[in-house]
Design a protein around this ligand. Structure first.
Ligand code: PQ2
Ligand code: NAD
Length: 215
């Protein structure tokens, strides 16, 4: 499987099956997409802002539902293999992405796996075991979370510096050296704990030093 980041803004995601797994997927995709959940039961679970459609979806109805809703991605999470199979087949026929909650990823063409995710905006890290061991994905996510503390702030800082260096007419080779030195600098990472202006000052010192070495 090849990891990609997909922008779901203005897209529709259909979740079939409103159990705990369907609810989790609805909340996840609801960050960006308009989510529709089809299920015969919703319990008192949290589906975020998703639209809920109470229905028993028969395998023979799958195509008609997909043609009506036209989702970019379908999550099959009923736990009923005949229903999940029918939904996945109809989705594939229409070129839609399919996420099967009941199967390991990578088996069917076009299938996607939902990774364990760390968000340090704008940095996003996604972890998958290619469907082998979701419990390991979860554990590794928890283990790596502290490693990525301040990564978002570092991305913002170096994004700005990159822009400033470019505007100052610094060429790509010198820019790369400067930015690589900043992201490697322990002092800059430490300074990020005390706020972005202090970190920016430290980063500027690092760049001045590099520029001094390579005028
Ligand atoms: C990462 C995460 C994202 C999310 O869903 O949000 C995710 N599962 C998570 C947790 C989790 N899921 C399960 C357990 C219990 C322990 C265990 O069984 O291992 C735990 C851990 C726990 O609860 O501690 C049970 C389970 N999961 C799947 C099956 C079916 C099967 O394997 O056949 C079964 C058996 C059901 C049964 O036996 O009835 C299938 C999938 N689960 C995936 C994703 C995809 C592969 C990801 C990868 O490549 O690693 C894949 C293939 C499909 C998909 O959903 O895309 C999320 C952690 C989020 C976080 O905490 O960060
Ligand atoms: N991906 C994951 O992380 C993960 C984790 C645990 C379980 N699973 C798998 O995901 C699937 C769903 O898990 P769950 O715990 O949410 O199951 P669940 O049985 O609690 O929920 C399934 C939901 O689908 C609805 N449903 C079933 N058939 C339907 C139909 N024909 N039409 C409309 N609605 C229908 C049910 O009413 C229920 O609300 C299972 O296959 C399970 O093995 C995946």
């Amino acid at each position: 499987m090849i990891p990609l980041f997909h922008d779901f803004e203005d897209e529709v995601v259909l979740v079939v099956g409103g159990g705990p797994v369907g609810a989790r997927k609805a909340r996840r995709f609801g960050r960006e997409a308009s989510v529709v959940v089809c299920s015969d039961d919703f319990g008192d679970r949290d589906f975020g802002d998703a639209e809920r459609v109470r229905t028993v979806l028969e395998p023979a109805d799958a195509s008609a539902w997909l043609d009506r809703i036209e989702p970019a991605l379908v999550v099959a999470a009923t736990g009923d293999e005949a229903v999940d199979d029918a939904v996945a087949t109809a989705a594939r026929e229409r070129g839609m992405l399919v996420n099967r909650a009941d199967k390991r990823g990578g088996r069917d063409a076009g299938s996607v796996v939902v990774p364990a995710t760390i968000r340090e905006e704008p940095v996003v890290a996604a972890l998958s075991t290619s469907g082998r061991s979701p419990a390991l994905s979860r554990y590794l996510r928890q283990r790596l979370e502290p490693e990525l503390a301040n990564a978002g702030a570092m991305a913002e800082l170096t994004g700005e510096l990159r822009h400033d260096l470019e505007a100052a007419g610094i060429g790509p080779e010198r820019r790369r050296k400067a930015l690589r030195a900043v992201v490697r600098s322990r002092e800059v990472w430490t300074a990020l704990d005390s706020g972005s202006s202090k970190a920016r000052q430290r980063a500027t010192d690092v760049i001045d030093e590099i520029e001094g070495e390579n005028p």
